[in-house]
Every structure is written in structure tokens, then in C-alpha cells.
Design a binder for this molecule. Structure first.
Ligand SMILES: Nc1ncnc2c1ncn2[C@@H]1O[C@H](COP(=O)(O)OP(=O)(O)O)[C@@H](O)[C@H]1O
Ligand SMILES: [Mg+2]
Length: 141
């Protein structure tokens, strides 16, 4: 069964860690905006985000077209992000679901200190709060 899975969680919550494991165990394709920024511009931020969006959507579509299920490991703080992904899933008759990380804010901040790609703490705090404030639709879980 073809599936499109969207991870959800603040930076440091472990989305990429889980998504890589899912991709490996279930032969899924992992698509990540963070990796696309690096691949296209060799920069972590301050790039043309509209270009990244186009490549991101094209990569998801191409993988589904080739018969691969996809896991997308962006933060996905806003509920609106999921509508677009749900639309793509429908195009390919793939099922859509969201895997939300239940990592505490403290653990996100702690892991952030240890990683190479440091994210400013206020960004993690605001994204973590925004996620708590906008619960998922039940049909996605
Ligand atoms: N379940 C876990 N157990 C141990 N370390 C983890 C786990 N999940 C994530 N980490 C570590 O925490 C850091 C952040 O994880 P990552 O998956 O990159 O988070 P995100 O993609 O949500 O920003 C990484 O160094 C990662 O190896
Ligand atoms: Mg990540």
C-alpha cells in the first residue's frame, strides 16, 4: 500500500532519526527540506525557500509516481502544511498519516546542544509551543 507519512515535531525532537529508520525498514523514500537546502545551496538557511518548496514537492511526487512510499521529516508546525501533503497523497491514491513526536521541550533543547546543526533556542521554543496549540485532525493519526 502506497503511503505518505509526515513527521511532526520541533527541531531536536527526533523526526529525522525516526524517519531514517522508517525509510530503511520499509524501503520508503525520505524527503527533507533541510537536506534539500544543503543539496542545492550548501546552506542551512537564508536560501530561496520557494525553490526549495518546488523541489520538495517534485521529489515527493516523483517518489510516489515510482511506487515508493514517502516519509517527510519537516517540522510541520502549521496544520496548513498537512493539507498540501494530503492533496498530493490523494493524487497518487496513497494513504496519508502524521507521526507526531511527543518529545518534551527540555529534551529537544538538550539534544540541540549536542548536534552539529544548532538551532537558536527561541526558535525551538516557539515551534514546540505552536505544535501544542494546533492539534492534529483525528483522521491523520
Ligand atoms: N530516539 C533517539 N535516541 C537517541 N538519540 C536521538 C533519538 N532521536 C534523536 N536523537 C538525536 O537527537 C538529535 C536530534 O535528532 P533529529 O532526528 O535530528 O531531530 P529533528 O529531525 O527532529 O530535528 C540527533 O543528534 C539525534 O541523533
Ligand atoms: Mg531533522
Amino acid at each position: 500500500m502506497l503511503e505518505l507519512v509526515a513527521m511532526r515535531g520541533a527541531p531536536g525532537s527526533g523526526k529525522t532519526f525516526i524517519a531514517k529508520r522508517m525509510a530503511k525498514e520499509h524501503s520508503m523514500v525520505r524527503v527533507s527540506r533541510d537536506d534539500l537546502r544543503m543539496a542545492l545551496f550548501n546552506k542551512e538557511f537564508g536560501v530561496n525557500e520557494k525553490l526549495i518548496s518546488d523541489v520538495h514537492v517534485a521529489a515527493i511526487r516523483a517518489a510516489l509516481r515510482h511506487g515508493y512510499s514517502v516519509v517527510v521529516d519537516n517540522v510541520h508546525a502549521k496544520i496548513g502544511h498537512f493539507y498540501a501533503l494530503q492533496g498530493i497523497a490523494r493524487e497518487f491514491k496513497a494513504s496519508f498519516r502524521v507521526v507526531e513526536m511527543n518529545t518534551s521541550l527540555e529534551l529537544c533543547l538538550e539534544r540541540n546542544l549536542e548536534r552539529e546543526r544548532y538551532v537558536p533556542e527561541h526558535v525551538i521554543i516557539s515551534m514546540w509551543n505552536r505544535i501544542q496549540e494546533s492539534p492534529l485532525h483525528e483522521e491523520w493519526t
